[in-house]
Design a protein around this ligand. Sequence first.
Ligand SMILES: [Zn+2]
Length: 234
Amino acid sequence: MSTNRQGDIAYEVIRSPRATADIVIERDGRVLVRAPKTVPDEQIEAIVEAKRYWIYKNLAEWRDLNSTRVLREYKNGEGFLYLGRSYRLSLVADQKEPLLLKNGRFCLCRDMVERGAVEAARVAFRDYYIARGTERISQRVQYYAPKVGVTTRKVHVRELGNRWASCSPNGNVAFHWKCMMAPQTIIDYIVVHELCHFHHLDHTDAFWNEVDKVMPQYRERKEWLRKNGAGLDV
Ligand SMILES: [Zn+2]
């Protein structure tokens, strides 16, 4: 891979045995040109130049979507999402559990934050969402699996990087713990979406047709997730 510049656009080139070149905006905002091994550098420059306005437009959209990304401070009054609602944080002394949702507030063990352990606070939230999510999302999978016409085995809620969910051929389904910050209707969409992948691995019309059969209102939920997904973080 190499980094290049065409006017004010910085981009990276990845060469592989492929037939044509294309340009993608990565999730971290990098511009990537995927090109056949044989295409000369000048031709890649010409492709980037020709796609200049497409790149501008897509980078602007990427910035919009990522402006919802949050930088957390674990202090009193800070809002944290749970099932689509924001709950204020209270730092409390004398609490056995690292984190509880109680009387409309997230109560986080004060010692943890005072020791300067932001990472520990983040882990406390993650563990909370994993514990609640394992129960709740498993129930939703059980509810939707017969409607989608599939049989599942284990449901895991865990760290999944850039993905909201994943499924494996042996019937296990995994969901990102961040799903628990989204409203219930969005969690249901993520569940139905993933279950439909047992019928179709890709996102073809046939796949969306399966989603539509079980959840005719899926489009607005999909759009909600696209717009707000980056804001679901702790
Ligand atoms: Zn999918």
